[in-house]
Design a protein around this ligand. Structure first.
Ligand SMILES: Nc1ncnc2c1ncn2[C@@H]1O[C@H](COP(=O)(O)OP(=O)(O)OP(=O)(O)O)[C@@H](O)[C@H]1O
Ligand SMILES: [Mg+2]
Length: 221
């Protein structure tokens, strides 16, 4: 099989905060044995996202790239930075050069400000990697997800596909595809026991690697 490792580089963003970006990132990091980077972490009261991904994915420590910024308060980055009396230097947000797959997890939703005049989505545009958009499966997702897709499309940001996260919904996935034309990479179930063993079972069952390859190929051809 062709070596796709060098092109398995994705931005994992979400339609909202707390939507499952870290969980889905952990799943992809484990499945692809990839590097992980959460450039901006707001809030250190509980585990940081990097710590969660390290635990859940069980990849080697050196695959977890150090955050560019860790702010104390669980606030939007622009305000969290101000509270800590820090200023974001955009040079520090340049993508790390790694030898292999890379998953980058964004902060919050797309329109979250990183500074008073720069949004998360502006940074996504600069990174210029395909986006995987995590959205919830349940009521409210049609509005949030279609708005997020519209914002990404307007900026010509390449969307690889959606990960619809949570309990299976009988209509939402179909409706999202119909209105947006964006493919669904997978419907990721609500899982009771979140661990690397269950991730491995799901990785195979959902056939993620082949789906990624098919989607990447469809863009090249
Ligand atoms: N499919 C799922 N099954 C079970 N629990 C889930 C699932 N998806 C997310 N969760 C849980 O929901 C919570 C929020 O998920 P997560 O931390 O991944 O969100 P996030 O989008 O990364 O949030 P943030 O914006 O803070 O980075 C976590 O406790 C996570 O374990
Ligand atoms: Mg997270």
């Amino acid at each position: 099989m062709k070596n796709f490792d060098s092109i398995f580089k994705f931005i994992i963003c979400g339609t909202d905060t707390d939507i499952g970006k870290t969980l889905i990132s952990s799943f992809f990091v484990r499945g692809l044995n990839s590097f992980y980077w959460k450039p901006i972490q707001s809030g250190i009261e509980s585990q940081t996202d990097s710590q969660t991904v390290e635990t859940l994915s069980q990849v080697s420590k050196d695959k977890i790239i150090k955050e560019a910024y860790v702010f104390t308060k669980p606030l939007s980055p622009h305000w969290a930075a101000e509270k800590d009396q820090k200023t974001i230097n955009f040079d520090k947000l340049k993508l790390p050069i790694v030898n292999g797959p890379l998953i980058v997890e964004t902060a919050g939703g797309l329109m979250v400000p990183l500074t008073r005049n720069f949004l998360q989505i502006d940074q996504i545009k600069k990174w210029n990697l395909p986006v995987i958009l995590v959205c919830k499966s349940s009521l409210g997702t049609l509005n949030h997800t279609l708005l997020s897709i519209e914002a990404l499309k307007r900026r010509n940001i390449d969307i690889l596909g959606l990960v619809v996260n949570g309990e299976k919904h009988l209509d939402n996935p179909k409706t999202l595809i119909e209105f947006s034309g964006i493919p669904i990479i997978t419907e990721f179930p609500d899982i009771k026991k979140i661990d690397s063993n269950n991730f491995d079972i799901l990785w195979k069952e959902l056939d993620i690697k082949n789906k990624l390859i098919t989607l990447l190929n469809s863009k090249i051809s």
